[in-house]
Design a protein around this ligand. Structure first.
Ligand code: ARG
Ligand code: ZN
Length: 863
C-alpha cells in the first residue's frame, strides 16, 4: 500500500502542452482538458483523479465509448491509445462542497485552488506527479458580477465578455511546470499595486489581491516582496522570469502559503498586517514567508522535484534561503537563535519521537503527512552544513552550477549534491548519510586534562552517537562540522577552528594556555546535534560573558538554564522542593550584565531572558510529568525575576516607545525586551506587574503590546481578566485574524472550571470549526500551550483533543492529521499519561479515520 522511493519509474508519455477550460460555478464547475501526449514507453495511459465526475473522453476529436476506458476511485485508465494523440477530457466537480481545501474550493465566496502535493487530481484527470512538466494554457469563464477578477499562472493573453453576464480570461504560462504548481483564483478582490525593476532592467508589475478593504494591510507584504526580489539577485544571482508577479490572500487555507508559478496563494494570516491588528511576530513571519514563496520560483519551480521523496530538495533549500534573507534583514545572531529555538522545539521533538523520519524518507502513505519540521527545518540545516563545510565561495559556486545545470528539470537530491561535488572536488558521499538517517546525533565533548610540563598542547575529544528511530535500529556516523574556539576571561585565546568529524570519535589538540579557559563548541550551531558537553557552571558563565560567537554566548545561558530546569522538574515530580542552587547567583549576575550592556541588540537581550522551551526540558528529563516541567519553568522565571527585579523594572521603563509604530527589527526588539521584562515580573506575582500590564493594555497602540499585556493579565488571574478578555473580544470580533488570537489566548488560560471552559469556547457562535486558522488557534493552542488542562490526569484534555481531531477529520483530513501531531510526545510522559494517550490513539484508529490520520496515529502508536 505505501508509495516507495525504490519503485520510481518515469511516466510513459510526454505531455508537452496542456490546455484547460474552466466553466466556474460554485456547485457544478465543468473542466475540459486538452492534452498533447507522445508515448515514451509501452503500457496503458493511467491518469490520477479523485472525487470528480467524468463526463466524456475523446481521442483526436472522437468520443470514446464507455468500454474504451476504466474508471476507479483514484484513476482513469486507457489501455489502448496511439503513440501520439490529443486527449480531451470533460469532468465536473462541486467546489462549494469541497471541505478538504485541496483542489478547487470556495473560500469567502471566492474560488481558489491548492494543488500541492496531490490536489490537482481533484480538479481533473491528469498525471498528478511532479516530474510531468507541461506548458499550461488556462481559460476561465465565470459570472462577471460575482467574480470580476479571474487569475491563473503566467501572463494574461486574452479577456472579454460573453453572453449571459459572464466573462472570460485566458492565461498562458510559458514555463513548463508540474500540475502541483497550477493555480486559479476568481472573485472580487481589492488590489495593491507596485513594481520591481530587475537586475536586467525589466519592470515587473507586482499585484497583491485581498478581500475588499484589506489593501492597506498588504503594504508590509509588498515591501517584503520587493526586498526578497532584490536579495535573490544579490545573494544568488536569481532574476524573476515572468512578466508579472501576483499574490492572493485567502482566509481558508490548510497551511501557510503556496508557491504556484507567478501566482502565490497565502493564508491571510501570513500576508495581512498593520500595527493595530498584527504583532511583531506576525510581521516577522510575513517577511519570511513572502520571501520563502518568492524564492521557490527558482528552488522549486524552475527546478522542481522528480518525486515527492525529494521534497527537501525544494523545501530545505528554500527554508535555508529564507533564513539567510531574514538574517540579512534583521541581524544574523538573533535570527540564528530564533531558528535554532524552533528547530529544537519542533524538529528535535519529531526526530526523537515516534514520527521520526529521514530528511529524505523512503516510503509514505500520504505525502501530505511529510510536510514536516524534519524535511523543512532539518533539511535547511543540511544545506547550512554544506556551506559551513565548503565555505561561502565554493557553496555559491555549487549553487550556480545547480541553477545552470538543472534549470527546467525535475531533479533529485543526488543531482543537487553532485553540483557541490563539481564545485569543490570533494567526495560528498559521506554527507549523504544525513539524508538517509533519521534521529538527532548526540555529540559528546570531553576535555582531557594533560599533566603539566613538558606538555605544550592539550586535547579535546568529540564522539557521536545517534539513538535508534522507528524502523532504523542501527546508525552510521555522520559528517559533523564542529566550529569551536577556546575562550579565556578576556576573550578568545585562538582563532575559531573547524573540525569536520567523519567517524565515531575524533581527538583534536590545541595549544596550552596558562590562563583558565573554556571551550565554545558548535559555534553558530554548526550542526543539528544535541551537545553533551562537560562544561562546568564556571565555563558556562565565562562563555556567557566572553564568547565572541553570539549564538554560543546565548547558548551558554540556555545550557545553564536547561540544567537548572531539569533538576527542578525532577525534584518537583518527586515531591521535593528544589534546593537553592549555588549556580543561580552567578547566572543572575551574567544575565544582569548582558541586560546592562549597550553593545547588544535589545532583541538579543530579550532572547537571553527567554527560557529554553518546555519541549527541550521535557525531552532532556523524560519520562516525566509535564506539569512538573511547566512548574519548573515558573520557578526559574520567578527566581530570575527575584534576582533581577530592579534591572527588569528599569529596562521595562526604558523600552517604552514613543512616536508612531514601525515594524522594523530594532523597534520590534525593544518591544520584545519590554515584553520579556513584563512577563518575568509577572512570574513573581509582583504587584507592580499587574498594574504595569493593566496600564500597558489601556495605552497600547499596537497589537504586540496589547496582546502581551492581555496574556500577562490572564496569567496573573484576578478581577480584571474576564472583563479584559471580553473587551478584547468586543473590540476585535469583526477582524478574523485578531479573533484567532483571542481564541488562542483563551485556549492557553488556566480556566477555573478547567476543560469545560475550552468546550464552551468551541461552542461559541464565532468559533468556525471549518476554518483551519480558528481550529489551530483553539485546539492547537490548547494542546501545545495549555499544559495544565491538556495533561489533566483525568484524561479529559486528551479526550477533548481527540474528539476535535476526529471532528476535523470528517471535513479536512490533512489539517486533522497535522493537529494530531501534538500527541507525538506521548512516550516522553509519565506512565499514567502514556496510558491515557495510548487509549485515545487506539480510539482514533478504531473509528476508521482518513488515510492521513490513520498513518499518523499508527506511526505514533508504533503499530
Ligand atoms: N510548498 C508550500 C511551501 O512550503 C507548502 C505546501 C504544503 N502542502 C501540503 N500538502 N502540506 O511553501
Ligand atoms: Zn516551501
Amino acid at each position: 500500500k505505501p508509495t516507495r522511493l525504490e519503485d520510481y519509474t518515469p511516466f510513459n508519455f510526454d505531455l508537452s502542452e496542456s490546455r484547460f477550460d474552466f466553466r466556474l460555478d460554485p456547485r457544478q464547475t465543468t473542466v475540459r482538458s486538452l492534452l498533447s501526449l507522445t508515448r515514451t514507453a509501452p503500457g496503458p495511459l493511467v491518469l490520477d483523479g479523485e472525487n470528480i465526475d467524468l463526463v466524456s473522453v475523446e481521442i483526436d476529436g472522437r468520443l470514446l465509448k464507455r468500454t474504451a476506458y476504466r474508471v476507479t476511485q483514484t484513476q482513469l485508465i486507457l489501455d489502448d491509445v496511439p503513440d501520439q494523440f490529443a486527449l480531451n477530457i470533460t469532468t465536473r466537480c462541486d467546489p462549494s462542497a469541497n471541505t478538504t481545501l485541496m483542489g478547487l474550493y470556495v473560500s469567502g465566496g471566492r474560488f481558489c485552488t491548492q494543488c500541492e502535493a496531490e490536489g490537482f487530481r481533484r480538479i481533473t484527470y491528469y498525471p498528478d506527479r511532479p516530474d510531468v512538466m507541461s506548458e499550461f494554457t488556462v481559460l476561465i469563464d465565470a459570472d462577471k458580477a460575482a467574480y470580476p477578477t479571474l487569475l491563473a499562472n503566467g501572463n494574461m493573453i486574452e479577456a472579454g465578455d460573453i453572453d449571459g453576464g459572464r466573462h472570460y480570461a485566458i492565461w498562458h504560462d510559458p514555463f513548463p511546470k508540474p500540475c502541483y504548481l497550477f493555480a486559479l483564483v476568481a472573485g472580487e478582490f481589492d488590489r495593491l499595486d507596485d513594481s520591481f525593476i530587475t537586475m536586467n532592467g525589466r519592470t515587473i508589475p507586482l499585484e497583491i489581491y485581498v478581500d475588499p478593504g484589506d489593501a492597506p494591510k498588504a503594504a508590509y507584504a509588498m515591501d517584503s516582496l520587493k526586498r526578497s526580489m532584490a536579495w535573490d539577485e544579490r545573494a544568488f544571482g536569481r532574476e524573476y522570469d515572468l512578466d508579472r508577479f501576483m499574490i492572493v490572500a485567502v482566509r481558508d487555507f490548510n497551511f501557510g502559503a503556496m508557491e504556484n508559478k507567478g501566482l502565490n496563494i497565502f493564508n491571510s494570516s501570513l500576508l495581512l498586517a498593520d500595527a493595530q491588528t498584527a504583532t511583531d511576530l506576525n510581521f516577522e513571519r510575513i517577511e519570511s514567508v513572502v520571501a520563502h514563496e518568492y524564492f521557490h520560483n527558482w528552488t522549486g519551480n524552475r527546478i522542481t522535484c522528480r518525486d515527492w521523496f525529494q521534497l527537501c530538495l525544494k523545501e530545505g533549500f528554500t527554508v535555508f534561503r529564507d533564513q539567510e534573507f531574514s538574517a540579512d534583514q534583521r541581524g544574523a545572531a538573533v535570527q540564528r537563535i530564533k531558528d535554532v529555538r524552533a528547530l529544537r522545539a519542533r524538529q528535535f521533538a519529531e526526530d526523537n519521537g515516534p514520527l521520526a523520519h529521514p530528511v529524505r524518507p523512503t516510503e509514505y502513505l500520504k505525502i501530505d503527512n511529510f510536510y514536516t519540521a524534519t524535511i523543512y527545518e532539518k533539511g535547511a540545516e543540511l544545506i547550512r552544513m554544506l556551506k559551513t563545510w565548503l565555505g561561502d565561495a565554493t557553496f555559491r559556486k555549487g549553487c550556480d552550477i545547480y541553477f545552470d545545470r538543472l534549470d527546467g528539470t525535475a531533479a533529485t537530491v543526488e543531482q543537487f549534491i553532485a553540483c557541490f561535488e563539481a564545485a569543490s572536488g570533494e567526495d560528498m558521499h559521506p554527507f549523504m548519510q544525513w539524508y538517509h538517517q533519521a534521529g538527532t546525533p548526540r555529540l559528546t565533548v570531553e576535555r582531557h586534562q594533560t599533566p603539566t610540563s613538558p606538555v605544550i598542547s592539550q586535547v579535546v575529544s568529540f564522539s557521536q552517537m545517534t539513538p535508534p528511530t522507528p524502523g532504523q535500529a542501527d546508525k552510521a556516523p555522520l559528517m559533523i562540522p564542529i566550529r569551536w574556539q577556546a575562550i579565556g576571561d578576556d576573550g578568545p585565546l585562538m582563532d575559531p577552528q573547524l573540525t569536520v568529524m567523519t567517524t565515531d570519535t575524533q581527538t583534536v589538540s590545541y595549544p596550552r594556555f596558562d590562563v583558565p579557559h573554556s571551550l565554545s563548541i558548535m559555534q553558530g550551531f554548526s550542526a543539528p546535534a544535541i551537545l553533551r558537553s562537560d562544561a562546568t557552571t564556571e565555563d558556562l558563565i565565562r562563555l556567557m560573558g566572553q564568547d565572541p560567537d553570539a549564538f554560543n554566548r546565548w547558548e551558554a545561558g540556555q545550557t545553564l538554564a536547561r540544567r537548572l530546569l531539569v533538576d527542578c522538574a525532577r525534584a518537583l515530580e518527586s515531591g521535593t522542593m528544589p534546593e537553592p542552587d549555588p549556580a543561580l547567583g552567578a547566572f543572575f549576575g551574567a544575565l544582569g550584565k548582558t541586560l546592562r550592556d549597550d553593545s547588544f541588540d535589545d532583541a538579543f537581550k530579550a532572547l537571553v531572558l527567554t527560557q529554553p522551551t518546555g519541549m527541550e526540558v521535557l525531552m532532556a528529563a523524560a519520562p516525566i510529568d509535564p506539569i512538573a516541567v511547566s512548574e519548573a519553568g515558573d520557578w526559574l522565571a520567578r527566581a530570575v525575576a527575584d534576582g533581577l527585579r530592579n534591572d527588569l523594572l528599569q529596562t521595562y521603563a526604558a523600552m517604552k516607545d514613543s512616536g508612531p509604530f514601525s515594524p522594523d527589527a530594532a523597534s520590534a526588539g525593544r518591544r520584545a525586551l519590554k515584553g520579556r521584562c513584563l512577563s518575568l515580573l509577572a512570574a513573581r506575582f509582583d504587584p507592580l506587574a499587574a498594574s504595569l500590564a493593566a496600564q500597558q493594555l489601556d495605552d497600547a497602540t499596537n497589537m504586540t503590546d496589547e496582546i502581551g499585556a492581555l496574556i500577562t493579565l490572564s496569567r496573573l488571574g484576578g478581577q480584571r481578566v474576564e472583563s479584559s478578555m471580553e473587551s478584547f473580544f468586543e473590540k476585535w470580533k469583526d477582524q478574523p485574524l485578531v479573533l484567532d488570537k483571542y481564541y488562542s489566548v483563551q485556549a492557553m488560560r488556566h480556566h477555573a472550571d478547567g476543560i469545560h471552559a475550552i468546550i464552551r469556547l468551541a461552542e461559541t457562535p464565532t468559533y468556525e470549526r471549518s476554518n483551519p486558522n480558528r481550529v489551530r488557534a483553539l485546539v492547537g493552542g490548547f494542546a501545545m500551550g495549555n499544559v495544565r488542562l491538556f495533561h489533566r490526569l483525568d484524561g479529559s484534555g486528551y479526550r477533548f483533543f481527540a474528539d476535535q481531531v476526529l471532528d476535523m477529520d470528517g471535513r479536512n483530513p490533512s489539517v486533522a492529521a497535522r493537529l494530531l501531531g501534538a500527541f507525538e510526545i506521548w512516550r516522553k510522559l509519565d506512565a499514567k499519561r502514556q496510558q491515557l494517550i495510548r487509549d485515545q490513539l487506539d480510539r482514533i484508529i478504531a473509528t476508521r479515520p482518513s488515510k492521513n490520520v490513520l498513518e499518523i496515529a499508527q506511526r505514533m502508536r508504533g503499530a
